[in-house]
Write a protein of this length. Structure first.
Length: 317
């Protein structure tokens, strides 16, 4: 007679599980895919490097979707079995604060680990007379609303970074929205907008070419990518921080032992020297964290940006 027991609420006969149910004891037994947004951006680069560095005994495939929203929906429509992961930046949990989504990033997903951090830089057009953050603030206050900043979609990190800057400095800047960070960069170089926040890969090559000027980095310490560039905090805006943190998620209800295995292996991959060097060359630093620390960070970040969004009069919530 077969022994009958209950595992996770499912009726199980000895040595057998109902179709589609897994306890993760033999995980993984098939290829794993990491879903991310469109190719070419920082999250795509991070995803590909992590996929290459993971050693789970099965192929790890990067699966690009047109947008971060579609990427999240793809993971949400997959079984909670650890074979479909999501890699996204902070827009994944901040975006729902601005517009209604088909998912709840906290309720429907469980973090595996924080993955990388890409502190933003404050860039201006070289024709702007401001040579540092203090001069920019003084110029903006002398001409309220006259300076334009460029950003991608409403609620994107480069948008909220500017709104946080406005809130903390009391300046009045006019937002000009574009379809993406690349288009905002072109507008900045043509002086259609006078400033913008963006990653190191977004603007530092243009700074070196003389097409842009960088005034500060939005982190609590200077960037190894540009150690001579002061932090915005030390330049007159204490405690200002804005970065593109990325993380890896699985669907909620994924077995804890699978999440623990993924956490261990992803953190090991993030320690790969070749991976770290490639990311650092474009201003991205590896992080790695426990599941609990990732959840706590996301919770505090949601509180931070909820206030910025409310102060700016944005959002549907």
């Amino acid at each position: 007679m077969k022994r009958i027991s209950f595992i996770g609420g499912f009726l199980v006969a000895a040595g057998m599980l109902s179709p589609g149910v897994t306890t993760g004891q033999d995980y993984p037994t098939k290829p794993i895919r990491i879903v991310t947004a469109e190719p070419g951006g920082n999250t795509d680069l991070v995803t590909r490097l992590i996929a290459e560095a993971l050693h789970l005994g099965q192929p790890v495939i990067t699966y690009n979707r047109p947008t971060g929203i579609v990427a999240a929906e793809t993971v949400l429509s997959s079984p909670p079995d650890g074979y479909t992961l999501l890699l996204q930046s902070s827009g994944f949990w901040v975006g729902p604060l601005v517009q209604k989504m088909s998912y709840d990033s906290v309720r429907d997903f469980t973090p595996v680990t924080l993955a990388t951090n890409a502190p933003f830089f404050l860039y201006v057009h070289p024709a702007l007379p401001a040579k540092n953050v203090r001069e920019l603030i003084a110029l903006a206050k002398a001409k309220p609303g006259a300076l334009n900043y460029g950003s991608s979609t409403a609620g994107a990190s480069n948008h909220l970074s500017a709104e946080l800057f406005k809130s903390m400095t009391g300046v009045n800047l006019t937002r000009i929205g574009y379809k993406g960070a690349g288009a905002a960069g072109i507008a900045l170089m043509s002086n259609e907008v006078q400033l913008a926040f963006g990653s190191g890969s977004f603007g530092m090559p243009h700074v070196k070419a003389g097409r842009l000027r960088v005034l500060g980095v939005a982190d609590d310490e200077r960037s190894a990518l540009a150690p001579d560039v002061p932090t915005i905090s030390e330049s007159g805006v204490p405690d200002y921080e804005a970065a593109g943190m990325s993380g890896i998620w699985v669907r909620a209800r994924t077995p804890k032992n699978i999440i623990a295995r993924l956490n261990t292996e992803v953190i090991r991959a993030l320690g790969n020297r070749d991976l770290k060097d490639k990311l650092l060359s474009v201003g991205i630093v590896t992080v790695g964290s426990s599941v609990e620390k990732a959840a706590a960070y996301i919770k505090s970040d949601i509180v931070k940006w909820t206030k910025v969004i409310k102060d700016a009069g944005m959002g549907e919530k």
